[in-house]
Design a binder for this molecule. Structure first.
Ligand SMILES: Nc1ncnc2c1ncn2[C@@H]1O[C@H](COP(=O)(O)OP(=O)(O)OP(=O)(O)O)[C@@H](O)[C@H]1O
Ligand SMILES: [Mg+2]
Length: 378
């Protein structure tokens, strides 16, 4: 495994190099003060290297994007460890952030982590984001599909979109896909297989980083799926996908509870009317009784309209929760996208609803990055 150090400061290059030597990597390290020479060297390598790239000077952040095309093992070092800088770097494709002066232990952790095969990497970094409502027809599939597509763009990472609405799944229709495999097939055949085989069971959405796993074709196949199998499916998916977006049914049954329990983030979706909000209250009580951590459940209002008779304040008071996100009502864009089997950004790149999904994806990925920053001594 080659380790590249890109840093224009001679002193910090020396420090990193000497630590890496002490850790036994002396034959693997190459250092560059000139970034373009370093990137040219990375291009010449057969295997993607680990790269430590210094971005203390803010203008260097864009180099991450160039490197990201060549390797996904990028760790950023910087004297500036403001949340803003870290989030920007992570968004560009850095995987790890090391505040300067770099500590030997942090370097050790990063090199060891990157040296593991992808399937053995820390699965805790992977997040299951589930769009849920205990009422049907609220917009779960619309949100899950468009959010997943935008997350793949915003994070430059692989995103799985999994249809766990096992009997009435719509994702393949929403994206006009004819998948060869489905959730039932993966559960039965692939759970113990290798990553490559698993990825083949997904339908890649066009030229994106979005991978779709559809619901089973036959109702009998979905009836035999158990909560234990769903848990094992998630374990396998977490090894391959940094983000897993889940669409599901509005039923509360053992499979649904397992999906909700396993989720890292639940986007609990409601619309603005009294019956929907009453149902939301009941469901939030259920989540409380299951002792979900405070930041696991976020309230999303779909089909939001300014000047609605029921105000956002009223909703927050009724639910005793802050609203996390509001998605505007835009019937025509949504219907056009569903009818054409495209994402809303593909049919209407500049509409208010496309912006809403794009900004929601950025907010979620930023929140996840911010939560992970506490891993380091900042
Ligand atoms: N933001 C929006 N603006 C306007 N219409 C919307 C919006 N979101 C969803 N819809 C409409 O609501 C309908 C139902 O959406 P969707 O199928 O995503 O809901 P669902 O919660 O997944 O339903 P089910 O419970 O049947 O799975 C869509 O056909 C679309 O017409
Ligand atoms: Mg649906």
């Amino acid at each position: 495994m080659t380790i590249i150090v890109l840093d224009s400061n001679e002193n910090s290059r020396e420090v990193i190099k000497s630590y890496l030597e002490e850790l036994g990597y002396e034959d693997d390290v190459k250092e560059f003060s000139d970034y373009s020479a370093g990137i040219t060297f990375v291009k010449s390598l057969e295997m993607p290297p680990i790269v430590f790239v210094d971005i203390s000077d803010e203008s260097l952040i864009k180099q991450i994007e160039n490197l990201r095309l060549l390797t996904d093992k990028i760790a950023v070092t910087s004297t500036d460890y403001s949340t803003d800088t870290i989030v920007k770097a992570m968004r560009m494709g850095a995987r790890e952030f090391l505040p300067k002066p770099v500590l030997k232990n942090d370097l050790k952790h990063v090199v060891e982590m990157f040296s593991k095969p992808e399937s053995e990497r820390e699965v805790s970094a992977s997040k299951i984001i589930t769009v849920y409502s205990n009422k049907g027809g609220i917009g779960k599939t619309t949100i899950a599909t468009n959010l997943a597509a935008e997350l793949a763009k915003a994070t430059h990472d692989k995103v799985a979109l999994v249809d766990l609405n096992l009997q009435l799944g719509d994702i393949s229709t929403f994206l006009n896909l004819t998948p060869s495999f489905d959730v039932a097939y993966v559960i039965k055949n692939l759970i113990n297989k290798k990553e490559g085989t698993l990825l083949n069971a997904f339908e890649k959405y066009k030229d994106s980083r979005l991978y779709v796993l559809s619901d089973p074709n036959y109702i009998e196949q979905s009836e035999s799926i158990t909560p234990q199998q769903i848990e094992s499916l998630f374990k396998v998916l977490k090894k391959s996908f940094p983000y897993i977006v889940v669409d599901m049914s509005s039923n509360i049954d053992p499979n649904s509870l397992k999906i909700l329990d396993c989720s890292d983030l639940i986007l609990f979706t409601t619309i603005v009317n009294i019956p929907a909000i009453r149902n939301a209250q009941r469901c939030l009580n259920l989540f409380k009784s299951r002792h979900y951590p405070n930041d696991k459940v976020k309230i999303v209002i779909n089909r939001f309209m300014e000047n609605d008779e029921i105000s956002s304040d009223d909703i927050e008071t009724a639910l005793s929760e802050k609203i996390y996100w509001k998605i505007p009502n835009n019937y025509f864009s949504i219907m056009e996208s569903i009818n054409k089997g495209l994402t809303v950004s593909e049919v209407n790149a500049n509409s208010n609803i496309t912006n809403s999904f794009r900004n929601l994806a950025s907010k979620i990925s930023d929140d996840i990055v911010e939560a992970s920053i506490i891993k380091y001594r900042i």
